[in-house]
Write a protein that binds this ligand. Structure first.
Ligand code: ZN
Ligand code: CU
Length: 482
């Protein structure tokens, strides 16, 4: 397979990802894996010319919130991603990463990543394996606080780390960052990290600051105590001197619906004093491991996987409980270990978050689930179809910016996220009238429509109508190097 071609994308609407330049009709020349030229009526004798009339030519989409650490290694075609126009993923979110823990029995929530990829002695070894697997998309990696805890505390994680354990976590994180990891993530919401005080995370965030990395967090609470949790995260980042990213921002549970009217102004207030960002996926349901505390008997819960009853995947917890003649809590216990979608958000909150000026798009897709949340295959096309084209929540340039330029800036990615001469040739060409997510909660494994062509580092990785991924040209990206 040819690594890169010289390609002239002619006559498309160029939406450059900056969010500042209105789309304009022009040509883009890709050469040697880079964007060689952008302009009107370009020509290049050696280039393959592609007519892009009626199509949008945009930077490749950056999925800033993923759990693709193992996917990129084990299913390097990354079809759920490349078929959405995604050319770069940020893995290792929510405190969950395959580095530095080594085990064949990953405890929850690390088991969201499957169980076979926890085998690397260092971040460099993981990246070498990734590079050898040659994924279709570029992979940026965060190191998970929860993974650091298990690696240093064993199974005894229901308490703060002691001084020696914390020093060991700092050393492991320091090593991974020196080898090119992009930053730290935490998932204080999850039991194995919930016992960690803010001071533990602060010590680690200080290590991140030394390397110029970022800190992304799944807050300690996204329900009643969300404001306190946001203050904790922002204060930690401010003290350490690192940018903070609020992951999959939401106000979860009917009692908290409407409270984005409190959280978003708080983010604005933080932004006046520090570097903050946030990401969101465009759905009303969240998805994670099965947890009794999220099963309230009110919201709908859809089973995405269960080790004890795999055949129940895709069914609602209420149905399963009725069939068994038990309450939903008991059904939840019997189905463990497992995962679920929780219909815990309100449309108005989702729209308010999507429309915020600092919001990036992140799928939070869970690639190992048997019946996954549809965000795995549909998040990015859904933002374009439902929230740009149908609802007009933002303009096209702004929609693309939230998937590209803003994401690269907030995550400190070099030479990506915008169409600029000399930058990496990650390019997504889509049909603005047809782009549409087809994955649904009932049928989640369906590819989106209207993603015409996807180039990764200059190579044609995906074309609408092709049976699958065409070329795998992604790279394991290292912080500051690209
Ligand atoms: Zn999370
Ligand atoms: Cu996540």
């Amino acid at each position: 397979m040819s690594a890169t071609e010289t390609v002239l994308l002619k006559g498309g609407l160029i939406v450059d990802g900056s969010g500042a330049t209105p789309g304009w009709p022009g040509d883009v020349l890709l050469k040697d894996g880079r964007i060689a030229a952008i302009g009107a009526a370009l020509s290049d004798a050696g280039a393959e010319a592609i007519d892009c009339t009626g199509l949008v030519v945009a930077p490749g989409f950056i999925d800033v919130h993923t759990h693709d650490d193992a996917l990129a290694l084990e299913q390097p075609d990354c079809l759920p991603k490349i078929s959405q126009g995604i050319t770069t993923v940020v893995a290792g979110n929510c405190g969950i990463s395959v580095v530095p823990l080594r085990t064949t029995e990953p405890p929850p929530p690390l088991n969201l990543l499957g169980r076979t990829a926890f085998r690397f002695e260092s971040f460099a070894a993981y990246q070498a394996a990734l590079q050898a697997a040659q994924p279709a998309v570029n992979v940026v990696s965060l190191i998970g606080h929860t993974a650091l805890r298990f690696a240093t505390m064993g199974s005894d994680v229901g308490r703060p780390a002691d001084a020696a354990e914390l020093a060991r976590m700092e050393a492991l994180l320091d090593e991974a960052l020196a080898q090119g990891a992009q930053g730290l993530s935490s998932g204080l919401f999850y039991t194995p990290a919930a016992a960690a005080p803010a001071s533990e995370v602060l010590a680690l965030a200080r290590v991140v600051a030394r390397h110029g990395g970022v800190y992304a967090t799944h807050l300690r609470d996204e329900m009643a105590a969300i404001l306190e949790a946001m203050h904790e995260a922002a204060d930690t980042a401010l003290k350490a001197g690192v940018p903070v990213i609020f992951s999959h921002h939401k106000c979860a549970g009917p009692a908290n619906w409407g409270r984005t009217q409190e959280t978003l102004p708080l983010i604005d207030a933080f932004a006046a004093r520090q570097d903050v960002g946030l990401d969101v996926y465009p759905y009303l349901a969240g998805s994670t491991v099965l947890r009794e505390d999220l099963v309230d008997g009110v919201i709908e819960v859809l089973l995405t996987w269960s080790d004890s009853y795999p055949e129940m995947s895709g069914r609602s917890l209420a149905d399963i409980a009725a069939e068994w003649g038990v309450d939903q809590q008991e059904a939840c216990r019997r189905l463990q270990p497992g995962g679920a979608c929780y219909f815990q958000m309100h449309e108005e909150d989702v729209e308010r978050v999507l429309a915020h000026r600092l919001t990036m798009i992140g799928s939070d897709g869970l690639p190992h689930d048997r019946h996954p949340h549809p965000r795995l295959w549909g998040a990015f096309p859904r933002v374009l179809a439902r929230y740009w084209r149908e609802k007009g929540l933002f303009g096209l340039e702004e929609a693309v910016h939230r998937m590209t330029g803003l994401s690269a800036r907030q995550f400190r990615l070099k030479d990506r996220g915008e169409l600029r001469e000399g930058w990496a040739a990650d390019v997504t060409v889509f049909d603005p009238r047809r782009v549409q997510d087809l994955a649904s909660f009932e049928a989640p494994l369906r590819r989106a429509e209207g993603i015409a062509r996807v180039y990764v580092n200059g190579a044609l990785a995906y074309r609408e109508g092709a049976a699958g991924t065409l070329v795998r040209a992604g790279r394991a990206l290292r912080r500051g190097l690209g």
